[in-house]
Design a protein. Structure first.
Length: 532
């Protein structure tokens, strides 16, 4: 295509010139490895023609030949590691053209307008980002390049789209966001840039292999070569990105700013949905099966609350990008399961201890169960501390114990420490039973939640016990807030006045505010709580 050449032209220095600099490092390394073999050939030829007769040339020739053989063997092994290095593949949900013909048409139209090759395929990732991913094996690329100067150096890269974008963004916004990404397919058709990328990727793989015991002799030269070409490789990628951005300016430029605002908003809502809503479910072996649909609800709620988001809900009348999918529900479910694998380390397939949950069932099957589990853990910790149970697992037992601390440390600290130890032990056990994805797949895209302190855990468990008492005693119910997660509903309204009263008890040892709150609602703290 005519669009591929401009990636090697212009700029100071151009992406192509930086790619050639990377390839020169490879050529010099190859020449260095062949040097002992060349010396051995010269010595053997001289000996055979009688030019180097007598001592010490027989011994010198033997030593040089031995060194050349060792170097060639080591270089061959090293080269095999580099050449056979497959591209690092991000875990994604593959999207065949039959599953999203309209989306494929949109992407191909973008590529045609920018005069670049169309991506070879489209995949979705549970992340708020989009990128191109080269999944062509280096050996395959070299076979294609060897076919002739006009041949492609391998298949075009795969376009990976963040699945939350499809549900939150409108079609025109998605098109504007994808334009600079799709423009990056141009370098994949440029042999020098593709070859340089393949070489650097191979060195990364060799460095990783060299980190294993007994293989340091592979890692050391790989790291040296990476240092020698690091700056040129980085500048090459900057040049590629700049050229792609410039090429994309001709497409939907007016929408780019608005679309980028939606990217930031989607990231904020996705983060809240994962940490506040999905994580509690994952921890109990359930995974929300329509996370992407939940993004729309979360961001609509954020738009309602946040003045900075005013006007964003008016977009919802436009065609959503998920309409470009034939079966958006099935795609959402697959992306939701992958999110659970990546961020929590869950199994790859549903099972008895790893089952999906719909949003309509979330309050009863996740929120209520979470409260019961935490209330049970709280009373088990009190049992371990030999606190008298009285008439059973009651709020009176919790209030009396924490009020006994008087805000001076003793009982609250001991209970918080016990809960921290119990939660840590349960999480370690869950990690041991889980089937996390391996290698690069096991690295979360971003940390979901910071480690909770003992005081935070204690406050959460006391709140859970109070919510259980409210559900059992006065007809309250579990609810779901799209941004804050589990909430207590009374007469259909969210109760937001519980948290400060729990903190007064946990931090100051003062039970009076919480007792007054319970009395106002008619909750009897002496009645046993139903636990799991």
């Amino acid at each position: 295509m005519s669009g591929t050449g401009s990636y090697g032209e212009g700029g100071a220095p151009s992406a192509r010139s930086r790619a050639l600099a990377v390839l020169r490092v490879r050529s010099r390394a190859l020449a260095l490895c062949l040097l002992p073999a060349a010396a051995a050939v010269v010595l053997v030829t001289a000996r055979m023609t009688g030019r180097l007769a007598g001592d010490p040339w027989p011994l010198v020739t033997l030593v040089v030949c031995a060194v050349a053989a060792v170097v060639l063997l080591a270089a061959g092994v090293f080269a095999a590691v580099v050449l056979r290095a497959g591209p690092p593949v991000t875990p994604t949900v593959p999207l065949a053209e039959s599953e999203a013909p309209d989306l494929y048409r949109l992407v191909r139209d973008l590529a045609d307008r920018m005069e670049v090759p169309a991506p070879s395929a489209i995949a979705l990732a549970p992340d708020c980002d989009s990128w191109l991913e080269d999944r062509t094996h280096a050996a395959h690329r070299r076979r294609g390049a060897a076919a002739g100067p006009g041949s492609e150096p391998g298949a075009a890269p795969v376009l990976v789209i963040g699945s939350p974008f499809l549900w939150w963004m409108r079609v025109a916004e998605l098109r504007a966001v994808l334009a600079p990404v799709v423009a990056g397919t141009g370098p994949s058709a440029h042999p020098d840039i593709a070859d340089a990328r393949s070489f650097v990727r191979g060195l990364d793989a060799a460095a990783d292999v060299g980190s294993r015991p007994g293989l340091g002799w592979i890692g050391r030269p790989a790291r040296l070569l990476l240092r020698l070409c690091r700056d040129d490789a980085a500048e090459m990628e900057r040049g590629v990105a700049a050229a792609a951005s410039a090429r994309a300016e001709r497409v939907d430029y007016g929408l780019r700013i608005t679309a980028q605002e939606q990217v930031g908003l989607a990231y904020a809502g996705w983060d809240r949905l994962l940490t506040r809503v999905a994580l509690p479910a994952w921890r109990m072996g359930r995974w929300p099966s329509h996370l992407d649909a939940g993004v729309v609800s979360a961001l609509t709620e954020l738009s309602r609350r946040d003045r900075l988001a005013d006007g964003f809900t008016s977009r919802l009348g436009d065609r959503p990008a998920c309409d470009l999918l034939e079966r958006p529900g099935a795609v959402d479910e697959a992306a939701s399961l992958l999110a659970a694998r990546l961020f929590h380390g869950g199994p790859a397939e549903p099972g008895p201890q790893w089952s999906p949950v719909d949003w309509a069932a979330y309050p009863e099957e996740v929120v209520d169960r979470k409260w019961r589990q935490e209330a049970a853990r709280l009373h088990a910790a009190l049992d371990a501390l030999a606190v008298p149970a009285g008439t059973g697992p009651t709020l009176d037992r919790v209030l009396g114990y924490l009020a006994g601390g008087g805000g001076e440390g003793g009982p609250g600290e001991a209970l918080a420490g016990r809960l921290s130890a119990d939660v840590a032990r349960e999480e370690r056990s869950a990690e041991h039973r889980a089937e996390p994805v391996r290698g690069a797949d096991a690295v979360p895209l971003f940390p979901l939640q910071p480690q909770r302190s003992g005081r935070d855990l204690l406050a959460d468990h006391v709140t859970a016990a109070v919510c259980c008492a409210a559900v059992d005693g006065v007809g309250a119910g579990p609810g779901l807030d799209w941004l804050d997660g589990p909430v207590l509903l009374l007469a259909g309204e969210r109760r937001q006045d519980l948290a400060p009263r729990v903190l007064s008890l946990v931090e100051d040892g003062d039970p009076d505010p919480l007792r007054a709150w319970l009395a106002t609602l008619g909750i009897r703290p002496e009645k046993p709580i139903r636990l799991l």
